[in-house]
Design a protein around this ligand. Structure first.
Ligand code: C5P
Length: 403
């Protein structure tokens, strides 16, 4: 095979960690496909995993010995434990049980897989699979959240019929989806190395009085996903965020603001050295002309509030920009594409991400999105329903071509 046609995983060292759930049988297919792609595949099985599938199954598929215990001969220990952690390009844990997720979140290392996970510096991709009630349990969700903030990558489970007969979210994500994520983590690993990216995210709060403000339903999830993905790809990221309930993505410089004016100041102070600015924030377009010092008292008569326009941050950057790549977001309830094209031009943007909030699975508080990308040369790319993190990577792919 010529160098050019090589599969992106060719010669990569992929470690497949298999823990004890019925979905362990699907990990056989994953390991086999990884090997077919030309990767060196190493399988680590927990004790419980060996109750579902035998090491021999994996060994026959990957043509290598399978690691089943922390306590092997000194020779194997040296080879497998020390060097594998250093040689690994990526580790995928599929299926990841609630038990393994809990141990990883706590730093417990009582078997080869969890010990290895502490020792490797390569990316770790966790593919949870379990009963839907277990998956929904707050402790599992908190552990996954913790792992996310520590830089672990997670492929959410699918919804559907589970082995136990329940129907819900907990089924191991499809092997193709897991493979796609592995390829994206390996190939896109560092294509933003040395690039400084500023992202705005979340809503703004425009105070009316000390206890009331004007805001919008933005959750910040899309902007945080872009900051997270850009950091994953090696960018130096500044995230200017309005009030959200989200944890800051790992390795990102965070500037927390409340109002549009504060956001504008933080962006203008920090964006000069940035090659890319992504305005994912839902900045309030109007703020009260004055904020009352004390709580405004309720009266039976009508109440009129005077509002003044806020600074259009991204449009202001559009006026000043020389070589910066400027990306805006557009939320509309009608004529999305026409309105967005107009915005792209009037704000002097390079790319605009159009968000049709009226469609199911798209919009503010969801974990998924359906977006269309418009560029200033007239290009249009409609993306299907995907997670906000996947959409973030697609948006970054486009930004990469504009740099
Ligand atoms: O004009 P509209 O608010 O629809 O444009 C949305 C885009 O402009 C988003 O990228 C948003 O972050 C940005 N914006 C801004 N400052 C404002 C209003 C919107 O940067 N005051």
């Amino acid at each position: 095979m010529s160098q050019k046609n090589k599969h992106p995983l060719h010669d990569k060292v992929i470690v497949v960690g298999v823990s004890g759930g019925i979905a362990a049988y699907k990990a056989c297919d994953l390991a086999s496909k990884l090997r077919q792609s030309g990767a060196e595949v190493n399988v680590i099985m927990t004790n419980a995993a060996q109750q579902f599938v035998t090491p021999l199954t994996f060994q026959s598929l990957i043509h290598r010995p399978v690691i089943t215990s922390l306590f092997t001969s000194a020779e194997e220990w040296e080879i497998e434990h020390i060097s594998l952690a250093q040689r690994a390009s990526l580790t995928v844990i599929a299926p990841a049980t609630a038990n393994v997720i809990g141990k990883l979140a706590c730093g417990i290392a009582d078997d080869f897989l969890t010990t290895f996970a502490l020792a490797t510096r390569a990316p770790i991709l966790i593919c949870p699979a379990m009963n839907c009630e277990m998956y929904a349990n707050p402790v599992v969700q908190e552990n996954l959240g913790l792992l996310r903030t520590r830089g672990f990558h997670i492929v959410d489970p699918d919804e559907g019929m589970l082995a136990c007969g329940d129907v819900g979210k907990g089924r191991l994500a499809g092997v193709e989806k897991i493979l796609e994520r592995i390829i994206s983590l390996i190939t896109q690993a560092q294509d933003f190395n040395g690039v400084k990216v500023l992202v705005t995210a979340g809503p703004t709060h425009e105070p009316i009085d000390p206890v009331r403000y004007i805001t919008n339903p933005s959750s910040g999830k899309m902007g945080y996903a872009i900051a997270h993905a850009a950091r994953e790809r090696g960018a130096d990221v500044v995230l200017v965020s309005g009030p959200t309930n989200l944890s800051p993505p790992p390795g990102v410089e965070m500037i927390k603001v409340k109002t549009a004016a504060e956001m504008a100041k933080a962006v203008f102070d920090n964006s000069k050295s940035c090659k890319v600015v992504v305005g994912a924030a839902a900045v309030g377009d109007y703020a009260p002309v004055a904020t009352a010092k004390d709580k405004i008292k309720k009266k039976p008569s009508e109440f009129t509030l005077s509002l003044k326009p806020t600074v259009d941050i991204i449009a202001e950057l559009g006026k000043r920009k020389k070589k910066q790549v400027l990306v805006g977001f557009s939320v509309e309830t009608r004529d999305l594409i026409e309105n967005s094209r107009r915005k792209l031009k009037s704000k002097n943007l390079d790319l605009i991400v159009c968000n049709d909030v009226t469609r199911t699975g798209a919009g503010f508080a969801t974990d998924t999105n359906i977006v269309t990308l418009l560029d200033k040369k007239g290009g249009k790319e409609e993306l299907p329903l995907m997670t906000k993190l996947e959409a973030a990577h697609k948006i970054l792919d486009r930004i990469r071509t504009l740099l």
